[in-house]
Ligand binder design. Structure first.
Ligand SMILES: NC(=O)c1ccc[n+]([C@@H]2O[C@H](COP(=O)([O-])OP(=O)(O)OC[C@H]3O[C@@H](n4cnc5c(N)ncnc54)[C@H](O)[C@@H]3O)[C@@H](O)[C@H]2O)c1
Length: 249
């Protein structure tokens, strides 16, 4: 038996219309999983499904703003209705609203906490009940390198991403007895639309902090997610795995 294969598994990836989320969805599909794409952007979600289908994968999409409790619940229920179960939940959806603490507005604080942290609880809550019934599950949460040392202009983002680590470790402790694993991935500085507008000078400084000397890609994160989702990683939970080329902020 190929313990790396995800054939027969059903995965939800939030925020998978583009960027890291799409890279993760693509890798899971390549390993044989059926993938529920989910995003707030319908055009990107449709395109993502079309690309996965071109690879021969089974895929569909449900529009979902993860910071909305009802929509997150509908995503989970809709996936079970459409594909029969959920084996893998990848919480990837995230936004940044960067500004120094002195200037940050309440809206900027609230929106980042709502999407990047509360949104994870909103999708995990109904999913976990389903996974407990199945006595199986893989939950993979996307944090960020800023969680540990902080990053200037990102007090909201860094706080949310540190919360993701605490949520992941606690969930792992609670869910282990149901054969559900919960791990976090910490990407560094990655080539996606989120970082596309970072000025060249700032990009140079960030890349200078990466031992391997270059930005990471959605594929790099997808590879790690696919491994953690597979049966090869069945004894791994509560872990925090850097995919950052050796970056220290
Ligand atoms: N790019 C990086 O350097 C980097 C580094 C560390 C961590 N991350 C994290 O990785 C994840 C993906 O980042 P990315 O670089 O691909 O960003 P991105 O902006 O390119 O993609 C994010 C996706 O999430 C979707 N999204 C936004 N708000 C949403 C919501 N409320 N509900 C559902 N979907 C929503 C967007 O429409 C988009 O498709 C985020 O959690 C981000 O914090 C990114």
């Amino acid at each position: 038996m190929d313990k790396r294969s995800l054939k027969g598994k059903v995965a939800i990836v939030t925020g998978s219309g583009r960027g890291l989320g799409y890279g993760i969805a693509k890798k899971l599909a390549e390993e044989g999983a059926t993938v529920m794409i989910s995003d707030v952007n319908e055009e990107n979600a449709k395109n993502a499904v079309a690309s996965l289908k071109e690879l021969g994968a089974e895929a569909d999409y449900i529009l979902c703003d993860v910071s909305n409790w009802e929509q997150a619940d509908a995503l989970v229920k809709g996936t079970i209705e459409r594909f029969g179960k959920i084996d893998i939940l990848v919480n990837n959806a995230g936004i940044n609203r960067d500004r120094t603490l002195k200037k940050m507005t309440k809206e900027e604080w609230d929106s980042v906490i709502a999407v990047n942290l509360s949104g994870m609880f909103y999708t995990m809550s109904p999913t976990v009940k389903h996974m407990i019934e199945n006595q199986y599950g893989r939950i993979i949460n996307i944090s960020s390198a800023s969680y540990l040392n902080g990053n200037i202009g990102q007090c909201n983002y860094a706080a949310a991403k540190a919360g993701v680590i605490a949520l992941t470790r606690t969930a792992g402790k609670e869910l282990g007895k149901f054969k559900i694993t919960c791990n976090a991935i910490v990407p560094g500085f990655m080539k996606t639309e989120m970082t596309a507008n970072v000025p060249d000078k700032a990009k140079e400084i960030m890349v200078g902090k990466i031992s391997l000397g270059e930005m990471g890609t959605p594929e790099d994160v997808g590879n790690m997610v696919a491994f953690l989702a597979s049966d090869e990683a069945s004894h791994m939970t509560q872990g925090i795995y850097n995919v950052d080329g050796g970056m220290i902020l």
